[in-house]
Design a protein around this ligand. Structure first.
Ligand code: COA
Length: 209
């Protein structure tokens, strides 16, 4: 995928105010489809995100993520309060959400909401995070998955995030059975951190220093 950006030099104060969006680039897939790269989601995109997150036919998403709970049943507003910065890839002709990647402060190794106890869910993550670890999470939705769109998009978003939120380290929590996600993380420069991983329950922590 080829990405053009005329805004990558600009300074942003992340996270943006909720519902604020800024178009930061355009991308062209190998088959010449055009996409916009945008930071933030407006209310219409949030509707799409919710719909995609409750899609029972998307077995991979349901098996490997907490998005049903996070965006389907949960509120985007509450999620955004955790200082998340989402970047999206939008198919220009159809205005369809093709992929999303987000970043935000999260204690190293902390599991996804699907696996947390009630008590843990009540904790304020920002107070636990005393070592500047930020999480990265990515999704590509079924109509666009497996087409080689994600890697370049994530690299682009990661570069902009790290430039504007410096002095942080990124980590990802991955299900070991999710080969696509693990390979993608590897190709982005993430390495397994065994001491915080739990291979018996298929939980792999990957870090990028
Ligand atoms: C993980 C996910 C985002 C990858 O998106 P994708 O559209 O398949 O990715 P791409 O086609 O752009 O491929 C990017 C890289 O991912 C890896 N990859 C993707 N599919 C793969 C597969 N079936 N097997 C092995 N590696 C795979 C490869 O490293 C690939 O790079 P390469 O083609 O240069 O080898 C996508 O599968 C997804 O959204 N899955 C459901 C949600 C999810 O699991 N998110 C991650 C939670 S931690």
């Amino acid at each position: 995928m080829e990405i053009n950006s005329d805004l990558s030099y600009q300074k942003f104060l992340f996270p943006l105010p909720i519902y604020r969006t800024i178009k930061i680039g355009e991308a062209f897939s190998k088959d010449k489809e055009k996409f916009f790269i945008i930071v933030g989601l407006d209310k219409k995109m949030i509707e799409q995100l919710k719909k995609l997150s409750i899609d029972e036919n998307d077995i991979e998403l349901q098996k490997n993520t907490s998005d049903l709970k996070r965006f389907g049943l949960g509120s985007y507003k509450n999620w955004y309060k955790k200082e998340r910065t989402p970047f999206i890839l939008v198919h220009t002709n159809t205005n369809t959400l093709a992929a999303i990647v987000w970043f935000g402060p999260k204690p190293l190794g902390r599991k996804s909401i699907k696996y947390l106890e009630k008590k843990e869910l009540m904790e304020d993550e920002s107070l636990l995070n005393n070592d500047n670890w930020h999480t990265i999470s990515y999704r590509c939705y079924p109509n666009f998955r497996g087409k080689g769109l994600v890697r370049e998009f994530v690299i682009f978003a990661m570069k902009i995030y790290l430039k504007n939120v410096p002095h942080i380290k990124l980590w990802a929590g991955i299900n070991i059975k999710n080969i696509a996600s693990e390979r993608l993380a590897e190709s982005l420069g993430f390495k397994p951190l065994e001491k915080l991983s739990d291979r018996n329950s298929n939980y792999l922590v990957m870090v990028k220093y």
